[in-house]
Each structure stands twice: as structure tokens, then as C-alpha cells.
Design a protein around this ligand. Sequence first.
Ligand SMILES: Cc1cc2nc3c(=O)[nH]c(=O)nc-3n(C[C@H](O)[C@H](O)[C@H](O)COP(=O)(O)OP(=O)(O)OC[C@H]3O[C@@H](n4cnc5c(N)ncnc54)[C@H](O)[C@@H]3O)c2cc1C
Length: 475
Amino acid sequence: MPVRSGFDSWVERYFTGAGFSGVVLLAEDPRFEGARRIWNGMIDRTPALIAYCRNTPDVKTAIRFAGETGRPLSVRCGGHNVAGSAVADGAVMIDLSLMRAVAVDPGARIAQASGGCLLRDLDRATVPHGLACPSGVFSLTGLGGLALGGGYGWRCRKLGLTCDHIIGAEVVLADGSVVEVSQSQHPDLLWALRGGGGNFGVVTRFTLRLDPAGPMLVRSAVHPAERAVEAMRAYRAFAPGLSDDLHLLGGLRRAAPADPVPPGQRDRPVLGVTIVCSAADAASADEGRALFEAMPACTVAARTISYLDLQSMGDTGSPAGRRYYTKSGYLAELCDEAIERLIASSGRNPSRTGSIDVECLRGAVLRSGTSESAFPQREAPFMVTVSGSWDDPGLDQDGIAWAREAIDSVRAWEHPGAYSNYISQQESPLEAPAMYGSAIYARLAQVKQAYDPDNMFRSARNITPASTQEPHATQ
Ligand SMILES: Cc1cc2nc3c(=O)[nH]c(=O)nc-3n(C[C@H](O)[C@H](O)[C@H](O)COP(=O)(O)OP(=O)(O)OC[C@H]3O[C@@H](n4cnc5c(N)ncnc54)[C@H](O)[C@@H]3O)c2cc1C
């Protein structure tokens, strides 16, 4: 398709001449304003142009254009990155939303997913075959950012992270060349793609290992804030013996209209506890029931739902366009004082929306090691994620301060590092090395040096090439 109207003639000639088959938008195009916006309404950046690519040659053209014009580059898949790494001021923004095809080989239990897929594109293609790749809990999140950064979800304790399922990829590098990545071709890059984020090139196709997927049992309960300490203690006592088939999430938030709480409790701070396991696993179902019996008495809802329904269960909770700020960290322990502080922070949330989530990790997340992937801190037992959200820009300062204070309040029990996909912004240049740990970071920097020595892919949490690093990063 030729480049559309409203274009600077030089840009038009460049893309048309290169045989670009997608759509390029410049600021004067009426669609530009909507196209530059991403999920987090707080991100307000204006790229120089947005290149909607349809295929790998289009991606090559957009990367070359950025290189030749000296413009920064950003890559958008689902646009869900809370820090807004998909869009940068003055940049060439590569939008992959026209590249969402998925091909499934059920016999080999493998999916080939295009680089712009949303999680639901992947699930909708694989689940009819009784298969799925474990991924995140919102079906509108992009596979690209989630898988490259890690990918926690309802089945990570049973099956590992999404990045552990990447067995190959097609990647367009900074110099415009295309490489096939697998265990035997560019194994160093495969290692880095499993957790190192979008630092190395544009992944135009992921090859993913699939696992059997069937109906799931979801059990949930809502405790009023006054009983949250007691309920969280039962949660903590239960966590170490949790079987890998179960995923356990506790969310401190305000009661939602659908929650089974008395009318007087509506909109009051509550602790929601959700346990998910395979409906076919009777032993795990019993285990989940036992946890709720150990908690203070409350209404427990249990239902069996399809795998696709599980994956989209949370979709309405975080609408696009609201203002979001997230801080996250790992916890080494969930002692009484940490529980009390988190509950107190929840009560101070200046907004009616948002939550503090506590997740039990480990299980299969631990089974893959640093020799197979760049994903760090697999041994962390708990993750706390403070998700602030509000509509009124006037709440920005208070909402951001609240999220920071809530995480700071439990720093005494922190486990090193943090999940890069749950962090709102890079607050210090030391953050990426601290997040990965020095050994993984140093290896990532070597891979970066080999595949993107000029640091073209730097809009996300950045791994700087080894040759340009300050001494602290490679120690
Ligand atoms: C509502 C919501 C729910 C979430 N739930 C979960 C969850 O359950 N589990 C979890 O682990 N995370 C979850 N996340 C976090 C999520 O993993 C990150 O926000 C992730 O960055 C989103 O990926 P994206 O493709 O949508 O983002 P984008 O903003 O489009 O991309 C983020 C960055 O990833 C890189 N990137 C994306 N695609 C490619 C590609 N094809 N090639 C190269 N680089 C690429 C680029 O650097 C890009 O800037 C959630 C986020 C939100 C907003």
C-alpha cells in the first residue's frame, strides 16, 4: 500500500521507495493523535512519525530510516508498558499492531506468533487445540513486551514464565539485518531475549513452546480490612507448602460492586484473595479449599471456567487511558509487620481505584536457571506490586507519592531486584544493573555490544553496550 496522505514528501518518497507496505503517520494526520496514545494515559509523548509495519521488510525499512536520520527508535506491541517505553518524543515509533498472525503446530506443540500479537491472539489460536503458552492475566497485554521482559501469570508456578517458552525468534537488528534465533543459531541472543526486554532488536516472530491447557478452577474470597491481617497470616502460613499447580494472589483494594460484601462494606478497603488451579487437579482444588478454611470466615466463590475466560478475567479492571503509576518489588518474607504496613498503605490510597497485590512465586519459575535465560531473581518468594490509578491529573503527585511510599514501607524485608515489566520509570541509572544483578547484567551488556553496539534500542529499561559502560555495571 502506498504511503498515505498528509506526509512530508521526503518521508513519503523514502518509505514508498523502500516498498513499505504498511502505513506511516505524521503529526498532521488526523489519526496521529490517537495513534501516539498508549494504555497509560499519563504518558504524553509525541514521536516524529509512527510506522505501522505489516511484515519484516517493513520493520527493516523503519529501522533503517531511524538510523539514517539519527532519530531515536521505539517499538510498540500491545502498548501496555506502564513506563511508556513504546513511545518517545521525536522518535520513529514502530507499531507492530498489524502483525498479529499466529500459526500453531499442535503435533509439535509449538506456536509461531508474530511480533505484534496480544496475549489473546495467541490464546485464541492455541486453546482450540487444547494448548497454551503461559502468559499474563490481561488478554489485551502485548506478547512482545510481556514475553521479552519475563511473563508472570496464573500458571507460572506450574509451567514457568512466558520467556521460558521462547524457543526461537526472527529478529531485525539495528543494522537492518534479519537473524533467525534458536538454541543452535545465536544462542546468546536467545538467552538475552528471555528476560532482557526489547534491547536487542525487533522480534518479528516468536517461536513458543506450548503446554496442555483446559478448564480452570477459580476460588475467590473478599475480607474486610479489619480481618485482612488475620487472612494474610493464613496466606503466609500456606505459601511455603503451596503445590506448583496453584497460583495465589492477594489484592488490597477497595471493594468493587461485584464483590460479595455487605452493602455497608462497598467501596471500603478489602483484601481479595484468589486461587487458581487446573479444574482437573482434585488435590490442588482440595488444597485451595483448605486455605480458605484457614482464613477468617467469609463468602467464598468457586467456579470452573474455560482457559480463555481465565485469561480475560481481569480485562475490565484497568481500562486504557486512565493514569497509572506502578512500583513493584520482591519480598524475602511476609512477616506480620510487613503485612500491617501494606494494609495501612492500602488505606491511604488517595484514589478509589488501584491496588496492592501480593503474589506467591517460585514453583516452576525456579526451575529454569540463569544459564538458560536472562530473567533474574527467580528465587524470590513473594512479589508486591503497588498499582496506582486515577483519572484526575490533579491526583498525579499524590498518587505517585502513595505508590512510592507503599513500596518503601516494606523495603526492610525486600529481596533484591524487581520485575522490570512492573516499574513505572527508571529513577536512577543504576536501576537496570540492580534489577538484573551484576553477573546477568554484565552478560546482557556483552550481548548488547554484539547485536546493538550503538544502543539504538534504548527506549525500554536500557542495557548499555559493554564497551560504553561505567565500571559499576560490569563489576
Ligand atoms: C493491565 C496490565 C496487565 C498486566 N499483566 C501482566 C501479567 O499478568 N504478567 C506480567 O508479567 N506482566 C503484566 N503486565 C506488564 C506487562 O508485561 C508489561 O507492561 C509489558 O511491557 C507489556 O507489553 P506490551 O507489548 O503490551 O507493551 P509495549 O508498551 O507495546 O512494549 C513495551 C516494550 O517492549 C518491547 N517490545 C514489545 N514488543 C516487541 C517486539 N516484538 N520486539 C522487540 N521489542 C518489543 C519494546 O521495548 C517496547 O517498548 C501487565 C501490564 C498491564 C498494563
